[in-house]
Design a protein around this ligand. Structure first.
Ligand code: ADP
Ligand code: F6P
Length: 354
């Protein structure tokens, strides 16, 4: 391993996610194991701008955090960091503190910041930490599994009371624009219908299915709606009540989905990704995001990862598509297709067994 690194910084940014602490611990301990000092940078990019950081010289300082959710480094949605002036200030703070590499854990916004830092000459590597699983270049983002387990335990409780009272609950789950949490938890809670932004929702069919299930003697109904369809869950709850005669409640699970002790999958993935990120940094890599594809940890340039995200959200313009190399375009189209096919297959499974 290249030993040009003397001191690295680690930060968590954007929405917190269970398992971020495990990633911090893994990255920090991997660096310390190679004789490299670690700065814990507080409140994401804000800590870099305002020099809010603390040197960790002993791995024991990270003891006990693998079981804890939230982030011990705290997080922030630091708008100033989007501006060149503040990025330059952050770079100066890095130089003052003799930081020669950064590990940034967060979502796509965090990676935009990481790419800016890399371009300014500060080697930076991203680790995907978000409950949403909405980073298209990776099959998995840290926090996704814990959030889904929280959803299913909450919805199971709603099911209990719906069954007693012969009710329906329309539950809005997080994911920002993405329906990954909704589809998987819909299957796992036996939902009668699932509505997400990526796949057209047949409201008429959902209502007729509930009416048919009621005729068959079913007493409780769960419908899962992604927050990627803003406001729709509440409207749908009213429509279901009017059209089926089943008393229907609306529930927004909200930020409870971001808490809770991380599951094995999140602790494990975070640990693997944290060590890998530091290995790559020490190998001299920068401006990459750690990913997991087909169960293998790998990495992609951040620009490529952001591009495929944009393509998946259909926000890539024709000019931007035309400017891609044939290889990048083929890779991105195949990746988007794979993610969408995976969602459609799960959606189909949910419908078959509801
Ligand atoms: P996430 O990382 O979960 O997507 P945000 O979108 O809030 O969350 O982004 C996290 C942080 O990353 C922001 O608060 C900001 O500091 C930084 N960031 C976001 N977008 C950019 C950008 N375009 N350029 C530089 N930094 C950015
Ligand atoms: O990205 C994680 C996430 O929890 C999304 O699912 C949600 O849309 C958003 O963050 C909520 O953001 P905030 O914590 O700023 O309310």
């Amino acid at each position: 391993m290249n030993n040009k690194f003397r001191r690295i910084g680690i930060l968590t940014s954007g929405g917190d996610a269970p398992g971020m602490n495990a990633a911090v611990r893994a990255a920090a301990r991997e660096a310390l194991a190679h004789g490299v000092e670690v700065y814990a940078i507080y409140e994401g990019y804000k800590g870099l701008i305002y020099n809010n950081m603390k040197l960790i010289s002993n791995p024991t300082e990270l003891s006990g955090i693998i079981t804890r959710s939230g982030t011990v480094l705290y997080s922030d949605r630091c708008v100033e960091f989007k501006e060149k002036e503040y990025q330059q200030k952050a770079l100066e703070v890095c130089k003052e503190n003799k930081i020669d590499g950064i590990i940034a854990i967060g979502g796509d916004g965090t990676f935009r910041g990481a790419t800016d830092l890399s371009r300014l000459g500060m080697p930076t590597i991203g680790i995907p930490g978000t409950i949403d699983n909405d980073i298209t270049s990776t099959d998995y983002t840290i926090g996704f599994d814990t959030a889904m387990n929280t959803v299913i335990s909450m919805v199971d409780r709603l099911r209990d009371t719906c069954e007693s009272h012969a009710r329906c609950d329309v539950v809005e789950v997080m994911g920002r624009w993405a329906g990954h949490i909704a589809i998987r938890t819909g299957i796992a809670t036996g939902a009668s219908a699932i509505a997400v932004a990526e796949i057209p929702f047949d409201e008429e069919k959902a209502i007729n299915d509930i009416i048919a299930q009621k005729k068959n003697g079913k007493r409780s109904f769960i419908v899962i709606v992604s927050e990627g369809l803003p406001g729709y869950a509440e409207t749908l709850a009213k429509t279901i009540q009017e059209r089926t005669g089943v008393e229907t409640k609306f529930a927004r699970l909200a930020h409870v989905q971001r808490g809770g002790s991380p599951t094995l999958l999140d602790r494990l993935t975070a640990s693997e990704m944290g060590v890998y990120a530091v290995e790559k940094l020490f190998e001299g890599k920068s401006d990459i995001v750690v990913c997991k594809v087909d169960n293998e940890i790998c990495d992609f340039p951040i620009g490529k990862a952001l591009m495929v995200d944009k393509m998946f959200k259909k926000k890539l313009s024709d000019e931007e598509i035309a400017a891609l190399s044939p290889e990048d375009r083929a890779w991105a189209e195949a990746r988007c297709q794979k993610v969408l096919d995976g969602m459609k297959r799960l959606y189909y499974v949910a419908d078959e067994i509801k």
